[in-house]
Design a protein around this ligand. Sequence first.
Ligand SMILES: Cc1ncc(CO)c(N)n1
Length: 242
Amino acid sequence: MTDTQPRFTDALRHAHAETWDAVVRHRFVRELFAGSVPDTVMAGYLVQDYRFFDDFIRLLGAAICAADSTDARITLARVAGEVAGDENTYFLRCFEALGADEPLRAETPDSPATAGFLALMREAVASQNYAAILAVLVVAEWSYLSWARTAPATLPQDFVHAEWVDLHDGPEFRERVAFLRAELDRVGPGEESVAADFFGRAIALERDFFDDAYAHPLTAARRAASGPEPSGTVRRPRRLRA
Ligand SMILES: Cc1ncc(CO)c(N)n1
């Protein structure tokens, strides 16, 4: 082993190891893998996360504006396209399945963690600081990859559970995380205090976001009565690169 400097993003993660691990090992993650997140909790989580998702797209837009190279801008624009595609339709199919219709969603207030996250993302957008923006993007995507890759080979049959895992652990998602981390490794050291500040606040909000799913379930949500849920488990379709 040579004693080279750790990567900038590894150092940030290690500085927040306890909070990071609280996210990766959260009850929500365990129940997601088991297919046992109660529908009211899952619906509440997804309603809140669709708000997160909306501001996340703005944050990607801000990253596109603030990036310091054409290559980075093009990659970020591609990421924005992916997010607007598969991930958006997942939310809409879940809202349908869980009975979280538009009026119910509209009357649901932001949870405290959602309000905190939206404020943090808007602060990063307003800063026009690429390192600050990247710090929030890296926490959001890397922490989700970190828990998703601990999933068992067998996922629940219910698409609401299974696809949320798969969305955060395919080759495309891994590449996205690798790109975002490499960008923050490159520009973060020049903006160390800003990057560390946004990183630390973002990972605490990730933990709070999972906690809030249980504190604020969407009690009015109902599974669509279009037939019984398929039972049992299904072998996870591994999407490995050739
Ligand atoms: C709160 C939150 N953090 C990260 C992600 C991953 O994009 C997400 N969907 N929601």
